[in-house]
Ligand binder design. Structure first.
Ligand code: SF4
Length: 573
């Protein structure tokens, strides 16, 4: 009812997405109507609408093909597809017909690219012919027939305790709650309801689980901190998997969605939250559908809602979709996005555990982190901690793509050497080629050289060689790749994705791109002047940026310098 929408600024992004989907762009009059309904200022709503890549505030074709030209898709021929689209539809973003196109940063389909996002569908495994057919079908008004791809995702595991997170993926019907329960689902929640919140938290603490989104913060410490704050509290699942090269969260959401819901429900039980959100990146429409179906079934069966499984614990979850902004993976930017504000990171402190979503104490965890929790409650924190070593406990999912025979999602015990993962699981470089570099941890990660492939996958070991586990992505580049072109793509990515709120990041990412582009245009090498400039920029961005985006933006550039025979400004490179 209109009265219920008054003041509900958190409904702004869903409303803008709905307008975008129905008309292809958001007109002034449509925006004004939304503002009247939500009783909010038009200028602020315009600021939000113009923030996101997938929303348009100027007229453009009703449907856009967002073609990924990020690292993994480019290795598979996205450049040629862009040329084909230009021939078919004209310059990007300029067409006047029903169908237009644009280039897009990583769509998280790296193992089955080249890929494109078209409305609420994803086209994968694109070939020039397949793309032409799909565009032809669309132009002929046969939108439902316009699809491409059908490429599967390789899954595999190696080492003690695996497969754990992947144990149901590809084997159990992800759309069936019954099948989930039959294969161990909700045993963790049943046990936790008997244990109570404190003992549930103690199990997670005993497991040694740390966040899988990149920062590796101890999960139990985050939960305990929020649990000490006054209610109401929130739990949030960060499903904004936007790190280029990372797609394992997508596979979990689409192939084991109940595990994500169960993990979030366990977090809510441990911290005493009655309401949760799952924020799914806008480029993952299938993940959103998968979670939505799962939540409906879970609610109908008493696993969500009032008095879960007839206990005294009530909890329910709302799904939200992003609209194309890498920075919304930063947790405070994600809160702003849900609240209907521009997705800009907040200064800290205060931290989310004290002042998070809607100003309340909030726990926010990544998809993979939450999906690990049901097994911890089912089998015990001590069992989980017995896997791995040091700070690296349990198992880890990896998104492996680029020049490998079997790109896919692999689960390994911590301590497995990178070379074993790339060769035994992913099949090595096709045709027996050699590895030139591996981009480890996405655009915010680092390049490792062939001399570093015997490094074990663990937080400590990778840190010791200047790398990072990060989001757990490995993009393999063989010797045919122009490494500096990849570095330039990453520098452009950060320039484009900076929210612009703070000067070191806004200006630093632009200057970094200019230097990298100039070196590339000149055909290299990186001379002393360019090197000094890159090092200075890296230091300023790391020291003075508000959030992780600016702080991590120089990592890939700096680490590539070692491979190009120049030393970066810090030992991490
Ligand atoms: Fe925005 Fe960059 Fe500053 Fe983060 S570091 S707040 S992305 S300008």
């Amino acid at each position: 009812a209109p009265q219920e929408r008054r003041g509900r600024r958190d409904l702004l992004l869903p409303a803008l997405r709905a307008l975008q989907a129905s008309r292809g762009w958001i007109s002034y009059s449509a925006l004004a109507a939304v503002c009247r309904e939500l009783t909010m200022p038009l200028a602020e709503a315009y600021g939000v609408a113009s923030f996101y890549e997938l929303l348009a505030t100027e007229p453009r074709p009703r449907r856009m093909i967002h073609l990924c030209d990020d690292v993994a898709c480019t290795l598979k021929g996205a450049g040629m597809l862009a040329g084909r689209l230009q021939a078919l539809l004209g310059h990007p973003e300029q067409g006047e017909g029903p169908l237009g196109w644009s280039l897009s940063p990583c769509l998280g389909q790296c193992e089955r690219g080249p890929a494109a996002l078209v409305g609420d569908r994803v086209w994968v495994g694109l070939t020039p012919e397949g793309l032409e057919d799909a565009v032809g079908a669309w132009m002929a008004g046969e939108e439902a027939r316009a699809h491409a791809g059908g490429v599967g995702t390789h899954l595999g595991s190696l080492g003690e305790g695996t497969p754990l997170l992947l144990r149901r993926c590809g084997r159990v019907d992800p759309g069936s709650l019954e099948a989930y329960v039959e294969h161990g689902g909700y045993r963790g929640l049943r046990r936790a309801l008997q244990l109570g919140p404190e003992a549930t938290l103690a199990e997670v603490e005993a497991s040694g689980l740390v966040g899988r989104g990149g920062a590796a913060f101890p999960t139990a410490r985050k939960w305990a901190s929020a649990a000490r704050e006054p209610a109401p509290r929130y739990v949030v699942c960060n499903a904004d998997e936007s790190e280029p090269g990372s797609f394992k969260d997508r596979v979990l959401m689409e192939q084991d969605p109940f595990a994500v819901l169960e993990g979030l429900t366990l977090a809510a039980l441990a911290v005493g939250a009655e309401r949760g959100f799952i924020y799914v990146r806008g480029e993952y429409p299938e993940s959103h559908r998968s979670l939505l179906r799962a939540a409906e079934q879970a609610r109908a069966a008493g696993f969500l809602g009032e008095r879960i499984l007839e206990s005294g614990f009530s909890f329910d979850v709302e799904l939200r979709q992003g609209a194309g902004a890498y920075v919304c993976g930063e947790e405070t930017a994600l809160f702003n996005s849900i609240e209907g504000l521009r997705g800009e990171p907040r200064a800290r402190p205060p931290y989310p555990a004290q002042v998070g979503l809607f100003g309340r104490p909030t726990v926010i965890n990544n998809v993979e982190t939450l999906a690990a929790v049901p097994a911890i409650l089912e089998r015990g924190g001590g069992w989980y901690a017995s896997l791995g070593s040091g700070r690296s406990r349990g198992t880890k999912l990896l998104s492996v793509s680029g020049h490998v025979v079997r790109a896919g999602v692999y689960e390994v015990a911590f301590g497995t050497p990178l070379r074993t993962i790339l060769e035994d699981l992913a099949g090595g470089v096709p045709g027996g080629g050699a590895v030139q570099a591996v981009l480890c941890g996405g655009a915010a990660g680092t390049f490792l050289g062939p001399d570093q492939l015997d490094t074990p996958l663990s937080l400590e070991a990778l840190q010791a060689v200047g790398g990072t586990v990060g989001s757990g992505s490995l993009v393999v580049l063989d010797e045919t790749v122009d490494l500096w072109a990849v570095v330039e793509r990453i520098a452009r990515f950060f320039r484009d994705e900076s929210c612009g709120q703070c000067v070191p990041c806004r200006v630093g990412t632009q200057r970094q791109l200019e230097v990298v582009s100039a070196v590339r245009r000149a055909g290299g090498p990186v001379d002393d002047q360019a090197l000094a400039m890159l090092n200075d920029l890296a230091q300023v961005m790391r020291d003075a940026s508000i959030c992780g985006l600016g702080q991590l933006a120089p990592n890939a550039v700096q680490s590539s310098l070692r491979l190009l025979g120049r030393s970066g400004g810090d030992e991490r490179g």
